[in-house]
Write a protein of this length. Structure first.
Length: 378
């Protein structure tokens, strides 16, 4: 990466006292394996020597900083690159303020890895603040030790999470308020329009449920979902889900029945997440079934190496073979490229947060059965 004319410029500008630095730079020339490897990664990387002089920066970092040639950084300190806020003339790492510098703590061996951290950079001529996830490691080349500092810019991710929180907070408040108004109006409207008002009320309930489902999936993907474990009877869960699907607008001309062989035992789980998974299974079954078909739901204890409580949803329709292999893939759907969250969320929520297993069996002889198995305490 460091070209011959840049080395000549460095020698003339820095003088003979930089001969040792010039020797070190040979390890990070454009043709070296080290430079080629770090230029190929998607993270920002720069390397400093024991004197805290920058000896290398990869291409993606130079582009982000708006720097044309590596020679503009060679020999400078990390404080120059990261726009250190210390206004003293003290050497990098020697100021009183350096005691609180996270990078300095890494270099002193007190820490290995940082969490999200704020960094200032000189980006295209102006001071810019970014939020980074930073990692520092050391390598030995020849007789010298070097520190490799790599980081990723998480600013967009943090902003996205903030905007998501604001969006879901505001839209749930608005939808909830409108649902409350509809409930109040329902008591005073004439009998002849009551059915229409109840339809609007149920539509708002379905809308709020859909918004909450999307929020739950996003929280789960961001690893911010906290399961709320409680003890509940297995039949109670089934009956709650069954009652939700007694409305004609949800059944789509089909019928939902609870299997009378279902067991009734106490178990521990996050009931809200479990009901969400079962509702998604039922929605998929209802959409796939023919008009007039009966969809059955139930639960049973499965004894294998360990004991499991299995909830299942069955319909007679068979899933095509080419669809089965992709059924749990993110955003996969046979209906629309804007759908496909239902089956994906079953797997994500059921296995990552309920510590269960989610699967299905679909054959011409037996139809299709989706299930979730939840471990039972022994």
């Amino acid at each position: 990466m460091l070209k011959e004319k840049e080395l000549k410029s460095l020698k003339s500008n820095k003088g003979s006292e930089k001969n040792n630095l010039e020797e070190q730079l040979s390890y990070f020339s454009e043709e070296s394996i080290i430079a080629q490897a770090y230029d190929a990664v998607g993270e920002y990387v720069f390397i400093i020597n024991n004197s805290r002089e920058i000896v290398y920066a990869n291409k993606i970092l130079l582009r982000m900083l708006g720097i044309a040639h590596l020679s503009e950084l060679i020999g400078r300190s990390p404080g120059d690159l990261l726009l250190c806020i210390d206004d003293s003339d003290t050497e990098c790492g020697k100021s009183e303020n350096c005691k609180e510098c996270r990078l300095n703590k890494f270099l002193m061996g007190h820490e290995i890895e940082a969490q999200e951290n704020i960094m200032y950079i000189n980006k295209n001529g102006y001071r810019d603040k970014i939020i980074i996830s930073q990692h520092v490691s050391s390598i030995v080349l020849g007789d010298n030790n070097y520190f490799v500092i790599s980081f990723t810019d998480k600013s967009d991710t943090i902003k996205k999470k903030f905007l998501e929180r604001v969006f879901f907070h505001d839209i749930l408040n608005t939808a909830g308020a409108l649902k409350g108004i509809i409930q109040l109006l329902k008591e005073d409207v004439p009998e002849k329009v009551r059915i229409e008002v109840e339809f609007v009320e149920n539509s708002f309930k379905a809308l709020i449920d859909e918004i909450q489902m999307q929020k739950q999936i996003i929280d789960a993907e961001n690893e911010e979902l906290l399961p709320d474990i409680s003890t509940v009877y297995s039949i109670e869960v089934l009956n709650d889900v069954y009652r939700l699907f007694q409305k004609p607008m949800l059944c789509l001309g089909k019928k939902v029945e609870v299997d009378n062989r279902s067991v009734n035992i106490l178990f521990d789980s996050d009931v809200t997440i479990l009901k969400r998974i079962l509702c998604n299974m039922l929605k998929n079954a209802l959409e796939a079934a023919d008009k007039g078909e009966v969809i059955r739901i139930g639960c049973k204890v499965v004894q294998e190496k360990d004991s499991f409580l299995e909830y299942w949803v069955h319909n007679d329709t068979v899933i095509p073979k080419n669809v089965q292999k992709n059924i749990f893939q993110y955003s996969f759907s046979t209906k629309s490229d804007r759908r496909g969250w239902g089956t994906y969320s079953m797997k994500l929520l059921g296995e990552k947060y309920l510590k269960g297993t989610v699967g299905f069996i679909s054959t011409p002889e037996k139809g299709t059965t989706f299930h979730i198995r939840i471990p039972l305490k022994t």
